[in-house]
Design a protein around this ligand. Structure first.
Ligand code: URP
Ligand code: ZN
Ligand code: ZN
Length: 467
């Protein structure tokens, strides 16, 4: 079965040009003028942009706590509807299990259910000595990144500096990319105690307890630990100018230091946490939303390549019954916001349409660079002959508003409710299969495949730390 995409404008991280694409089975067979003249079916992409399917390197399907489990892969069609054809999802270490066994369990739970292709990041939760001996097996299983948390003291998520340093050393040797949630846990715990003792229990105190300097301090410390270990490091969900500048300076000095930000840190301000009627809980995530002045710093950092990727940090947490757990105490509000469906729409509407981000940079942070950093490129993240036919036909003329009522995220809210949307993924192909048509999802549950990722450095030819 062959498909031709004709008359569209192809956008890559460095270029845009008119050309046709021929797809054979699951792969792109050819790109050029006239290559799609003899095909079984044709998609006319006149006036459309043709983009690589998005890579969302930061999702939490099925994560969360026992009291507030997040929605799982049964809602992953939302990713595809929003133009994301592959996610790299977090597979947290389970109690009494090692990293590999936990990741394989997560993989089994996703297979046959996921609508989107997926890779997995391992997440350290119980740093017993044996986990350091499992890292080679993780790479063999196609899992070439690992996340540790400097935040969330008093929970299994929290890792000490010595665990992080040890993990960076071993990971660096094996081609595993270490991902860090950088916030100073002691400062936050101290602020939380102080605020609660003053009766300050509402959602807005979540942000007060986690100031930009707590993020900046941990970001700097994480990067210095990576320097000591001579290992690459990836700082997830950079939310503020101060932390961004630390990532920027390290990256510009040639160290393999990379940073991600998220759509909510680019568009939503801290004032949302003060919405009346406990509505502010919908916006509780960590790091917290910041003053709006940070938004432009982050857009500019993406445009200037000081930050490299945009991940959604999608957390399928319901407002009713889950965020509710923190009505009397902001520290008990489950952290995280949904958004796997909105990443492309937010980048285009608030970045490209406003002139803050070029189209080419959008493609880079949305698809190409996450694919490179996470060991998926060139199979995914680009429009290349031989690569998977993961393609978004994007209509820049679309005008609408984001609404939870149109969403496949399976939740009772979206933090972007009512916000204007310019452009949308009109058609999405996942490995050659048409899954979104006319902006509506028509794919099948279980169509998503586990994607084996190669070690860091094998797919990324960028900056390397010199010995
Ligand atoms: O608030 C957030 N981001 N929750 C998800 C876990 C994490 O820190 O990424
Ligand atoms: Zn995090
Ligand atoms: Zn996260």
């Amino acid at each position: 079965m062959s498909i031709g995409i004709r008359n569209g404008t192809i956008v890559t991280p460095s270029d845009r040009y008119r050309a046709d694409i021929m797809i054979e089975g699951e792969k792109i067979a050819a790109i050029g003028s006239g290559v799609a003249d003899r095909v079984d079916s044709v998609i006319d992409a006149e006036d459309m942009l043709v983009l690589p399917g998005g890579i969302d390197g930061h999702t939490h399907f099925g994560g969360g706590s026992q009291e507030a489990p997040m929605t799982g892969y049964e809602t992953s069609a939302a990713a595809v509807l929003g133009g994301t054809t592959c996610v790299v999802d977090f597979a947290p270490q389970q109690p009494e299990l090692g990293l590999l066994a936990s990741a394989l369990k997560h993989r089994r739970e996703a297979e046959g259910v996921s609508a989107v292709d997926f890779g997995l990041h391992s997440v350290v939760m119980y740093p017993q000595a044996s986990i350091f001996d499992e890292l080679g097996a993780l790479v063999d299983a196609g899992i070439s990144s690992i996340k540790l948390f400097m935040a969330y003291k008093g929970t299994p998520l929290y890792s000490t500096d010595d665990v992080i340093l040890r993990m960076l050393r071993k990971s660096g040797e094996l081609g595993i990319l270490t991902m860090i949630h950088a916030e100073n846990a002691d400062m936050i715990a101290d602020f939380q105690r102080q605020l609660l003792s003053e009766g300050k229990t509402e959602p807005r105190y979540h942000a007060v307890s986690r100031p930009p300097f707590a993020e900046a301090e941990a970001t700097y410390r994480a990067i210095m630990l990576a320097k000591a270990a001579r290992a690459p490091i990836f700082i997830v969900h950079v939310s503020c100018k101060e932390a961004m500048e630390i990532v920027r300076d390290a990256g510009m000095s040639g160290d393999p230091v990379f940073g991600e930000t998220c759509p909510h840190y680019l568009t939503l301000g801290v004032e949302n946490l003060a919405r009346p009627g406990f509505e502010g809980a919908k916006y509780v995530c960590s790091p917290p939303l910041r003053e709006c002045a940070h938004h432009d710093s982050l857009w500019s950092a993406l445009q200037k390549r000081w930050l490299q990727t945009v991940g959604s940090d999608h957390c399928g947490i319901r407002f009713a019954g889950q965020k509710d757990l923190g009505r009397q105490d902001f520290t008990k509000i489950p952290n995280g916001c949904p958004g796997v469906e909105n990443r492309l729409a937010v980048l285009y509407t608030y970045g490209v349409s406003t002139g803050k981000l070029s189209l080419e940079r959008m493609v880079d942070v949305f698809a190409a660079t996450p694919a490179r950093l996470y060991g998926l490129y060139p199979r995914k993240g680009g429009l290349l002959p031989g690569g998977d036919a993961d393609i978004v036909v994007f209509d820049p003329r679309f005008r609408g508003r984001i609404s939870n009522s149109d969403s496949l995220q399976g939740l009772d809210y979206t933090p972007y409710e009512g916000m204007a949307q310019i452009g949308r993924a009109e058609k999405v192909l996942l490995r050659g299969r048409l899954c979104v048509d006319g902006g509506k999802y028509i794919g099948a549950a279980g169509q998503g495949k586990f994607i084996h990722r190669v070690p860091f450095g094998a797919a990324y030819e960028g900056r390397r730390r010199s010995a």
